[in-house]
Design a protein around this ligand. Structure first.
Ligand SMILES: *Cc1c(COP(=O)(O)O)cnc(C)c1O
Length: 361
């Protein structure tokens, strides 16, 4: 069976063991004689999957009973709208740090509703870094302060948790969710489209303080209210059962591997391999991100010419290295090295980078 080293940004690589497990039990899930996508979301076997997945996520994040996990469809992009709809007003707007494409998209939704303000932006520097604490101008009256924890397209990541002066901290963690231990208790609401680091597309995990989501504005339609999902255990309507089931398998896999501490260790090692291939290349490879903001999940870099970049993508593929082409807004290369990417796969890419540089410079 041919499997490539998959560096796609999302949907992205998943642990092979997880895929094999899902395959093995696909036709007869939990002795039901049916697959997980054919059974009722109100059945016992599904219920077990749903609640175990929630419990494992909270356990991995070291969060207690004051938080809940919601499963919502519509992608991270719908969260961009649900957040200001549920929490922001003209008097208490949402405050945003703009550090890339997705944080800007999140802010735009608040802007459409007339309830957003900008606390900081690194757009003038082509989003090479995330804003520093000293640059954040968060109004004390803000309903929340929103960051994008890892900027998937530009390859930058927060390596500190912002202090907000009491304003609830919200974060889009779509591309670095469960990749490292973090002080999650400092966040009031975290969300992640799972198709980057945790499963197939189709569900967003929202991890939020219960006190924040137990009551929504009465003027909001049912499916746009957090309290609908909270009060009904995300079973008000039919949930995306297969996606949730796969996230549950990935969460169990992370636990078995040693939890977030082990993920962080592996991810740091992988990032180190690629960033040192860049830094030791005498300028042949140029990293997009400033060193202090470098992402451990998405490594972005340019080559001396677009022609060489095309050649790099083509030859990488011949070497079983797939998905290394960067996003059009940055250009160049992007290697996405999520939890499921093996150290071995990154070693193969790093040595390909060395070889390519030597034969093309
Ligand atoms: C991919 C991505 C999104 C968009 O997710 P959708 O589920 O496609 O809406 C938002 N934020 C971040 C950080 C992402 O990487």
């Amino acid at each position: 069976m041919k499997r490539v080293y998959n560096f796609n940004p999302g949907p992205a690589t998943l642990p092979l063991e997880v895929l094999q497990e899902a395959q093995a039990e696909f036709l007869n899930f939990d002795n039901s004689g049916m697959s997980i996508i054919e059974i009722s979301h109100r059945s016992k076997p599904y219920d077990k999957v749903h609640n175990q997945t929630k419990a494992d996520i909270l356990e991995l994040m070291n969060l207690g009973d004051d938080y809940d996990v919601l499963f919502i469809q519509g992608g991270a992009s719908l969260q961009f709208a649900m957040i200001p709809l549920n929490f922001a007003t003209k008097a208490n707007p949402g405050s945003y740090a703009l550090s890339g494409t997705f944080s800007s998209n999140a802010y735009r939704e608040a802007e459409i509703l007339g309830v957003g303000e900008v606390a900081a932006s690194t757009k003038d520097e082509n989003f090479r870094r995330v804003p520093a604490q000293s640059e954040l101008k968060i109004s004390p009256s803000a309903a929340y302060f929103h960051i994008c924890n890892n900027n998937t397209i530009y390859g930058t990541e927060y390596h500190y948790v912002p202090e907000t002066g009491g304003v609830p901290l919200f974060a889009d963690m779509s591309s670095d969710m469960l990749s490292r231990p973090w002080d999650f208790k400092k966040f009031a609401l975290i969300y992640a489209g799972v198709q980057k680091n945790l499963g197939p597309a189709g569900v967003v995990i929202v991890v939020a303080q219960k006190k924040l989501i137990e009551k929504s504005l009465d003027t909001l339609p049912t499916m746009l209210r957090y309290d609908t999902f909270y009060k009904k255990n995300s079973l008000y309507n039919t949930p995306p059962a297969f996606s949730i089931y796969m996230v549950g398998k990935v969460a169990a896999w992370i636990k078995n591997q040693g939890g977030l501490a082990e993920m962080a260790k592996r991810n740091a090692r992988k990032a180190e391999l690629l960033y040192s291939a860049i830094d030791s290349s005498d300028g042949f490879y140029r990293g997009h991100a400033d060193k202090d903001s470098r992402s451990f999940m998405n490594v972005t870099f340019r080559l001396p010419s677009e022609e060489l970049e095309k050649k790099f993508v083509a030859e990488a593929l011949e070497n079983n290295l797939s998905g290394v082409k960067g996003h059009r807004s940055v250009g160049g290369m992007r290697a996405s090295i999520y939890n499921a990417m093996s150290i071995e796969g990154v070693e193969v890419l790093a040595s390909f980078m060395d070889k390519f540089r030597r034969s093309n410079s």
